[in-house]
Write a protein that binds this ligand. Structure first.
Ligand code: 4AZ
Length: 249
C-alpha cells in the first residue's frame, strides 16, 4: 500500500482534491466512530460494534499491544472523548498484505464503553448482514488525509463524505482495478473521482447513509479520489459470520 500511495502521490500532484471532498462532522453525528493511537499518535480509524469490540482493518494491526489505545466519543482527533487501552485483537487468519484480502480485525478494549454515559455520544454500530446494492449511498468518515496534493494533511475535526456503492464488474474493469477487487471487497466512491477516503481513514467505517449500520471498512485504493480509482472497502456483510464469531459482544 505504501508503494501504491507513493505512485499516487506523484500522479496526483495537480489534482485538487479535498476526505477528500468532505466536511466536518458534528459532535454526536457518528457515535460509533473511533480512532486508534499508538504511543499517543493517531494512525487508523475503527468502529465500535459492542461494549468491548472495535472493528477495524487487519492492515492497521501494529503487532504489539503496548501503547495501543482507542479513542471514541469525540470528533476532535486530539481532545475529548474516552480513551481505552487495547488488550486483545483478532486479525483475520486469511489476511494477505499483498492483495489486502480479508482486511479485517477486531480489537478488544480493557474496559467497556458506556453507551448510556451522557458526557460522550457513544453507541455500537450494527454491522451489515446484506451487501448493499450498487448505487446505495454510503457515508465514509475519518481523520485521514484531506489534501493529497500537498503531502499529508491530517485534519483535527472528523470528516465525512457521501459516496456510493460501485458494481464489482465496473470496479474490476481494465480502466479501473483490472481484477484486483476480490471476494470480500466492495468498491465505494465515484468513478469520476473527487470524493473518497484516503490514507489515515483506513480501518474506519463506511456507513449506510442515514443509518448507524457499518457496511464497509476502509481498506485500500490507488491514490485518493482519482478518476476510475474509487476506494476499496472490506465488505462487512461478507464477514458478518466471522465478526459474530469473534466479537465478545
Ligand atoms: C491508505 O493508504 C488508503 N482511497 C486508504 C484508503 C484509500 C487509499 C489509500 C482509498 O490507507
Amino acid at each position: 500500500m505504501k508503494i501504491l500511495l507513493l505512485i499516487c502521490l506523484s500522479l496526483s500532484q495537480s489534482y485538487a482534491n479535498k476526505i477528500i471532498g468532505g466536511q466536518n462532522a458534528d459532535e454526536g453525528q457518528f457515535p460509533s466512530m473511533a480512532l486508534q493511537t499508538n504511543l499517543g499518535s493517531f494512525f487508523c480509524g475503527g468502529t465500535i460494534i459492542s461494549e468491548y469490540d472495535v472493528l477495524s482493518a487487519a492492515h492497521c494491526d501494529r503487532i504489539s499491544l503496548t501503547g495501543h489505545q482507542v479513542v471514541a466519543g469525540t470528533t476532535k482527533r486530539l481532545s475529548g472523548g474516552v480513551v481505552k487501552a487495547v488488550v486483545g485483537k483478532v486479525v483475520h487468519s486469511a489476511y494477505d498484505s499483498s492483495t489486502f484480502s480479508s482486511d479485517i480485525m477486531i480489537l478488544r478494549v480493557e474496559h467497556a464503553f458506556r453507551f448510556n454515559d451522557d458526557r460522550f455520544p457513544l453507541t455500537a454500530a450494527p454491522f451489515a448482514i446484506d451487501r448493499p446494492a450498487e448505487g446505495t449511498p454510503i457515508t465514509v468518515a475519518g481523520w485521514g488525509d484531506t489534501d493529497i496534493s500537498s503531502g499529508q494533511t491530517i485534519p483535527t475535526d472528523l470528516q465525512y463524505v457521501v459516496v456510493s456503492v460501485i458494481a464489482d464488474d465496473t470496479c474490476n474493469s481494465a480502466a479501473a482495478y483490472n481484477g484486483s477487487v476480490l471476494d470480500g471487497m466492495i468498491c465505494m466512491g465515484d468513478m469520476a473521482g473527487g470524493i473518497d477516503s484516503c490514507q489515515g481513514d483506513s480501518g474506519g467505517p463506511a456507513y449506510i447513509t442515514g443509518t448507524d449500520v457499518v457496511a464497509g471498512i476502509t481498506s485500500w485504493g490507488y491514490g485518493c479520489a482519482l478518476e476510475n480509482k474509487p476506494g476499496v472497502y472490506t465488505d462487512v456483510a461478507y464477514f458478518s459470520d466471522w465478526i459474530a464469531l469473534y466479537m465478545i459482544g
